[in-house]
Design a protein around this ligand. Structure first.
Ligand SMILES: [Fe+2]
Length: 444
């Protein structure tokens, strides 16, 4: 593990030009000249004495457009490891979520409390809830993290891909495929099975994680929007090969079917010298999102703000969508401009990366960066009274919403809270009050 200064130096050297751009591209990269074989994936002897290894994120036989795999050329094959043994799961929980009764109430949490000294990203991971079943590769989990130490161990998640949403504190992600920096306002994705270590670039780090057990996130179809818009493929940045050649004990933690398992390797598994393929981590700056909305009246459903979607087996119904509420203009005529009152068959978890959200100004503790709200299947929600009154009377001149960055994990299945989330001190007890006092205006 490097000290924070060294980590900062490494991160500062990573500019946009240090990455390989394009969502789902067939990238190729080598950290040493000649490390990448050409013309074949598995030559009789791989270059530079490396081992060739395929990492498959999809079934071998999935359609080409959705086939995910990368070829890794590494100092030792991943197979060279001792047995994994169970370790404590800490505050990590997995589907099926059965600790509590699914709750139809609207729930809202304040940010996670301060972690104990020496809490690394994995130890600081705290599961709020989720749905599905890890063994069926369906559903998702919502985690938050609050850490104050860099990992000196390595983590890999066999149960799903991890969409990391930093809210406070920049992260250096050292992955098998190379280095990524993820800052608040950006998101990073670690594909299923890819091993990585999280190092802190500030004293503390806080944020959200969507663990997606289902089909890998992809860009949504654009339909009549056309060939461009929403999240543009070229803004997704994959790392280039960067390896560590470390001999000595390294703890590797593997999340498998809901439990954490660990083995002590005699070398670092982040030893991939070259790779090619499309099963890659990436980072994306949410401020690059091309926000599309109404230029006449009403506003579209928030699906128009979908950054990434994980389809389920029902066309048009996502296992989970990742949606961002980015700075945008509101210009609708004769339109109630904040999000309308609604009840939704999909379940919505919302978090806040910075600033405020335009439908939620009131209530105990409020809706604050690092906090979150859960509006489960068919639970009624919308603007609070103050927002309703203000927006109903506002002069409808063009208005820029630019004081916050909120996001949503929206999923087809209800979210069941973990016991620790349902009983947490930072669960707000009077969130319902937000919708009290909405006056009767009916005049027949
Ligand atoms: Fe909603």
């Amino acid at each position: 593990m490097s000290g924070i200064e060294e980590t900062r130096k490494i991160a500062a050297g990573l500019t946009e030009g240090s990455y390989s751009p394009g969502f789902g591209n067939e990238h190729s990269s080598e950290a040493e000249p000649g490390a990448l074989p050409h013309g074949r994936n598995s030559p009789q002897r791989a270059p530079l004495g490396l081992y060739a290894e395929q990492l498959s994120g999809s079934a071998f036989t999935e359609p080409r457009a959705h086939n995910h795999r990368s070829w890794l050329y590494r100092i030792r094959p991943s197979a060279a490891h001792p047995p994994f043994v169970r370790i404590d799961n800490g505050n990590v929980r997995s589907a099926p979520f059965t600790e509590t009764t699914p709750d139809p109430n609207r729930l809202r949490w304040n940010p996670l409390p301060e972690p104990a000294p020496g809490t690394d990203w994995l130890a600081g991971l705290w599961t709020l809830g989720g749905n599905g079943d890890v063994t069926q590769r369906a559903g998702m989990a919502i985690h938050l993290y609050h850490a104050n130490a860099s990992m000196d161990r390595v983590f890999g998640d066999a149960d799903g891909e991890l969409l990391i949403v930093p809210e406070h504190g920049e992260l250096l992600l050292r992955t098998e495929l190379g280095l990524l920096v993820a800052r608040p306002g950006e998101v990073a994705l670690i594909p299923r099975g890819v091993r990585f270590r999280v190092e802190l670039l500030e004293e503390t780090a806080r944020g959200y994680v969507c663990e997606n057990y289902g089909q890998p996130f992809r860009l949504p179809d654009l339909g009549p929007i056309g060939a461009n818009g929403l999240a543009n493929a070229r803004d997704f940045l994959a790392p280039v090969a960067a390896y560590e050649d470390v001999e000595g004990p390294v703890q590797v933690v593997n999340k498998f079917c809901g439990n954490l398992w660990a083995a002590t390797y005699d070398h670092s598994p982040l030893d991939v010298v070259a790779w090619h393929g499309n099963h890659t981590p990436y980072v994306y700056d949410l401020r690059r999102f091309n926000v599309i909305g109404s230029i006449s009246y009403d506003h579209p459903d928030p699906s128009i703000f979908t950054v990434l979607t994980s389809p389920s087996d029902t066309p048009g119904v996502a296992g989970v969508d990742f949606v961002v509420f980015a700075p945008r203009w509101l210009v609708g005529e004769d339109t109630f401009r904040p999000p309308y009152f609604h009840r939704n068959v999909m379940s919505e978890y919302m978090g806040l990366i910075e600033g405020a959200y335009d439908a939620k100004t009131a209530g105990e503790g409020g809706f604050v960066p690092g906090g979150g709200s859960l509006h489960n299947m068919m639970s009624a929600h919308g603007p609070d009274r103050e927002t309703f009154d203000k927006a109903s009377a506002a002069e409808l001149k063009p208005q820029k919403i630019d004081d916050g960055l909120a996001f949503m994990f929206e999923t087809r299945w209800p979210v069941t809270a973990t016991a620790q989330a349902a009983t947490a001190d930072h669960l707000q007890s009077s969130y319902d009050d937000v919708w009290q006092g909405l006056e009767r205006h009916f005049r027949p």
